[in-house]
Unconditional design. Sequence first.
Length: 209
Amino acid sequence: METPQGSSSEPPAPEPPATPPPATPPPATPPSAAPPPAVPSQPAVAPTSWAVPEDLVAGPAPGFLFGGAGERLIAYIVDILITGVIVTLIAIVGGLFVGAGAAAGSNVLAGAGAVVLVLALVIVPLAYFPWFWARDGATPGMRIFDLKVVRDSDGGPISGGSAILRLIGYWIDWIVFGIPIGLVWIFIDKRKRCWHDLIASTVVVKTAT
């Protein structure tokens, strides 16, 4: 059987398969950030107690030292001199009033002079130390050495009652056997307290330099 003219007896060649598109490369993974450097853990610091521990240290708390015996003695002498000057000046004024009242026959002037003398001889010596202790913990003499009276329990300011009790302790320091055993106690007590400190529950400290 004859094939038609122009026809090929061979079947058409198959078309080559379509080339698949190139695979899209996966997005580049950004390099992971470097981990932060390890911070060494700080050891827990135990809170420091105001009270001096059994193994004696320099002071009751960081930044404070116990007031020394020499500094406290000099500060006390300075305060005594200051009160002496104040008492003398007031007494002079009172004496002038009393003299003027006697000369003029005026009981008013004489009475005023007597009041001034009482103020000078009694009230000033009694009020000087407690007033400064309760006010900011330091008398003028103590400020020379940065000394301060505080509560021995927590280092807080003392009250007016404690200041008066501390003054009474001053007198007790001297009256036992006629010698200041209470003052010498500063060399025995590990917190450098005299008897008046023990009586009033106070301690004298100074800022460490």
